[in-house]
Design a protein around this ligand. Structure first.
Ligand SMILES: [Zn+2]
Length: 136
C-alpha cells in the first residue's frame, strides 16, 4: 500500500495552454510541441502508455514519463522511473517528489500532468557519490 501526498494537479495550466493553441492565439505548435530527442527516446523506451489520445494531434501515442527528485537520491535525483519502481521507492525513502510529464511521440507535445510526494517520512542519507566518467 502506498500513498501519494502533496499532489499537485497541473490540468488547469495544461488546459490554458491548449485553449490558447486551439484558438490560434500566441502559442504556436512549435512552442508547445518541443519535446527534445532525449525526451522522445525516453518516452519510447520508458514511457507508460496513456489511453487518451494526444490533445494536439489526436493520435494515440501519448506516454507518461515520471521523473523522481529528492535529496536522498543524491546524484540519482532527476532520473526517470516507472510507476512500479516509484511504488517500491515509497518504502525505501523518506520523501521523494515525482513529476509526471505527458509526451506525444507523434507531434512532440509535452506537458506536466501532476506531481506528488511519496515516502515513509523517515529521511535517509543520500547514497555515496559514485565516480562516473564525467569526473575524470
Ligand atoms: Zn500529438
Amino acid at each position: 500500500m502506498w500513498s501519494q501526498r502533496f499532489v499537485i494537479d497541473y490540468s488547469l495550466q495544461r488546459r490554458a495552454v491548449l485553449t490558447t493553441l486551439y484558438r490560434g492565439g500566441a502559442t504556436s505548435m512549435d512552442d508547445v510541441c518541443d519535446a527534445d530527442p532525449y525526451t522522445l527516446r525516453a518516452a519510447k523506451h520508458h514511457g507508460e502508455p496513456v489511453p487518451q489520445p494526444c490533445p494536439v494531434c489526436r493520435k494515440t501515442d501519448l506516454r507518461h514519463l515520471s521523473y523522481v527528485f529528492g535529496d536522498e537520491l543524491g546524484q540519482y535525483s532527476g532520473r526517470i522511473k516507472s510507476r512500479r519502481e516509484i511504488e517500491s521507492m515509497a518504502h525505501e525513502y523518506g520523501e521523494i517528489r515525482a513529476y509526471v510529464v505527458e509526451v506525444c511521440q507523434q507531434c512532440r507535445w509535452n506537458h506536466l500532468v501532476e506531481s506528488y510526494v511519496v515516502g515513509d517520512g523517515v529521511a535517509r542519507r543520500p547514497p555515496r557519490r559514485q565516480r562516473t566518467v564525467e569526473d575524470d
